[in-house]
Write a protein that binds this ligand. Structure first.
Ligand code: AMP
Ligand code: MG
Length: 649
């Protein structure tokens, strides 16, 4: 923060040194220094209930495993010295002792020289014996003796006591997460109960007047509380025990009450929202009153996540994550997970990394370490990392990415073609079977549904028609969905194809004028008539489209020289146009029929837009591409498109 808080209470004075932006390394180091070392509380757990818990102390083996020397095969316990001269031509005859050592039977008789005792796999070695001869290597000689035709060495087929686990050895170390293999080792030693680290209890609060919980109706200007659910889940994933306490309005007194109560009942408190300089941002002020030392870092040179606030109140970490979900999640994983895992007695998380090439230039802000979420696809020369174009306000930037790359604080960009390291969100790269890069359409999901159901993974990266064409030319995708109108030839898509690409016709999307049902300026009119009456009413507001959109060309033709109010509102998607009209921010615009109908809006059809696919010829034979082409041509696919309001080509 560069701004001083408006009201500086005396108890906040000693925090002023922190009201500067710290590097992420410095912020994390100060946060950890204020919290650690601290003791981990252990609690007893029955073995069966310990799955997924971290051991709070080292476990030493209380016994030898196996507890006695035992036979690894079915055969005869012998003295190896008796068989030193045995061979194919010179069998040695051994007299059988009068017992059979089965599993669980303690031997009674010694094996004296010249004798053998029958023994089963797992049977304890009798006194005097030092080796086992496999039953296959012997011949019975009557019922009282055997002939052995090969020599045997001392210790053969014997598992000696403690050879698996030695009494007193460190079986498992503190911090080990108990999985099935660990449970197996503990059970082998007879351990029924272990001491595991008590999971830190973490209270989660969302803040904001605009937040509504999932399941509730969504009033105007409200949004669903995304962070509450995702933060709580991520806490559980990293060894904590999350307690979600709901969303609190931006009211200082209410928030302080909620924070105090949460902190009293928990080991840690994680809030989201309210860290920026908006009018309602109060939580960081409250922290100063909750306990010592208070705020450790408010403002970290990190993108996304600059407004992150880290604090420690009387030994308990208090964190305020940025409000935007992707920023919240990113900073949580980067700055909070290390601390949470340490408190939970878990080892640091080790994330897998891969090397990948960046196909486009990524601009970056100087002075902040920038993390860019990327989707990975397999290119001709290795992995390619596509930056997610949606920004930190979008939940999908984080949730649908494969990982992230890092741009140094001192760099203002990452040039196209850079080979860089990508930290994965999953243990392995998930290389998709079909890669679709270009303009997104809800119809696409209908066509790819059978592929997904057949176990093929489809990665669709929305970068717009031109971005898709560029990717297709570089051979980075299988298909590029495009809807580009060529003014000169008055045709769609074909004029934009280059060598190596072929056109696969997709479907037609009826474009037209969208308006609220019952609006007499539009209802029942032709497109030209509707535009005339809209232009005749100075209070009538249009929502336009961005330059370059096929739809925009239609709008400009309809308007001629007219520039009605709203002309400069130029969103980039069909859905944004429908939302503007539905929410009365505009009265009319141009969108496609399925989107207008989904929003229950009136619609005057005007002209069809061609949504086709530029197919990379060299990839046509790939099984997933074939499956896509089949799905596109199938009766089911065409019926699904038609039902949704598209017209298959
Ligand atoms: P703030 O830091 O409170 O100003 O929030 C920044 C942005 O994040 C605003 O657009 C908020 O609506 C949004 N935001 C804050 N909290 C949440 C949440 N729990 N879920 C989804 N979005 C949120
Ligand atoms: Mg807020």
């Amino acid at each position: 923060m560069t701004e001083k808080p408006a009201s500086r209470k005396p108890e906040n004075l000693d925090q002023d040194q922190f009201l500067t932006i710290l590097s992420r390394e410095e912020a994390l180091a100060r946060f950890e220094a204020a919290l650690f070392p601290r003791s981990i509380t252990g609690e007893p757990r029955q073995l069966a209930a310990a799955l997924g818990c971290a051991l709070s102390e080292d476990v030493m083996a209380p016994i030898d495993v196996p507890p006695f020397d035992r036979s690894n095969v079915d055969g005869f316990a012998v003295r190896s010295s008796d068989l030193a001269s045995a061979g194919e031509a010179a069998p040695v005859r051994l007299r059988l002792n009068d017992e059979v050592i089965a599993c669980g039977v303690a031997p009674q008789r010694p094996v004296l020289s010249g004798t053998a005792t029958a023994i089963a796999t797992g049977g304890p070695l009798p006194r005097g014996a030092d080796a086992i001869v496999m039953v296959e290597h012997t011949q019975p000689c009557g019922s009282r003796a055997i002939d052995v035709r090969r020599a045997t060495s001392p210790g053969q087929f014997v598992a000696s006591a403690g050879s698996d686990i030695a009494r007193g050895e460190a079986l498992l170390r503190a911090g080990t997460v108990v999985g099935s293999r660990e449970i197996g080792m503990l059970a082998a030693c007879g351990i029924a109960e272990i001491s595991v680290a008590r999971k830190p209890r973490v209270a989660v609060l969302s803040t904001g007047d605009e937040l509504v919980q999932p399941g509730e109706p969504l009033p105007a200007a409200a949004i669903y509380d995304t962070n509450g659910a995702i933060v709580a889940a991520a806490i559980d994933e990293n060894g904590g025990e999350a307690h979600f306490l709901g969303a609190i309005p931006d009211d200082e007194a209410a928030l302080e009450t909620a924070m105090r109560k949460a902190l009293l009942e928990s080991d840690m408190l994680v809030l989201s929202g309210g860290t920026s300089k908006g009018a309602g941002d109060v939580s960081h002020r409250i922290i100063g009153r909750l306990g010592k030392p208070g705020i450790i870092a408010h403002g970290v040179a990190l993108k996304p996540g600059k407004p992150l606030c880290l604090a420690v109140c009387d030994g308990k970490p208090v964190v305020i994550l940025p409000g935007f979900p992707t920023s919240a999640m990113f900073t949580f994983h980067d700055m909070v997970v290390p601390v949470l895992r340490r408190m939970a007695g878990l080892p640091p998380r080790s994330d897998a990394t891969v090397s990948a090439k960046v196909p486009v230039r990524i601009a970056s802000e100087l002075g902040r370490t920038e993390f860019v979420m990327v989707s990975l696809i397999e290119g001709a020369g290795g992995l390619i990392a596509y930056p997610s174009g949606k920004g930190s306000g979008a939940i999908t930037s984080f949730a649908q990415a494969d990982g992230f790359l890092k741009i140094d604080a001192l760099a203002d960009q990452m040039p196209a073609g850079t080979q860089t390291e990508v930290t994965l969100f999953t243990p392995h790269v998930r290389v998709p079977d079909l890669v679709v890069v270009g303009s997104h359409c809800t119809g696409l999901d209908l066509v790819t549904a059978p592929l997904a159901h057949a176990g093929l993974t489809v990665r669709s990266i929305a970068v717009g028609s031109l971005g898709g064409l560029a990717a297709a030319k570089r051979g980075e995708c299988d298909l590029a969905p495009i809807h580009l109108f060529d003014d000169r030839s008055e045709t769609y898509n074909t004029p934009f194809l280059s060598d190596g690409l072929e056109l696969v016709p997709g479907w037609r999307r009826m474009q037209g004028i969208v308006f609220r049902k019952g609006d007499a300026r539009f209802e029942g009119r032709t497109a030209e008539g509707a535009v005339r009456s809209a232009l005749a009413d100075p209070a009538c507001i249009i929502v336009n489209r961005n330059q370059g959109a096929g739809t925009r060309i239609l709008i400009d033709r309809l308007l001629g020289e007219a520039r009605p109010d709203g002309y400069w509102n130029q969103p980039r998607s069909h859905n944004a146009v429908a939302a503007a009209v539905a929410q009365h921010r505009a009265d009319w615009g141009m969108t496609i029929a399925p989107v207008a109908h989904a929003s229950h809006l009136g619609f005057i059809p005007l002209a069809e837009e061609h949504y086709d696919f530029a197919l990379v010829k060299a990839r046509r034979q790939r099984p997933a591409v074939q499956a896509f082409l089949d799905a596109l041509a199938s009766e089911e696919g065409r019926a699904a498109l038609t039902k949704a309001g598209f017209r298959p080509a």
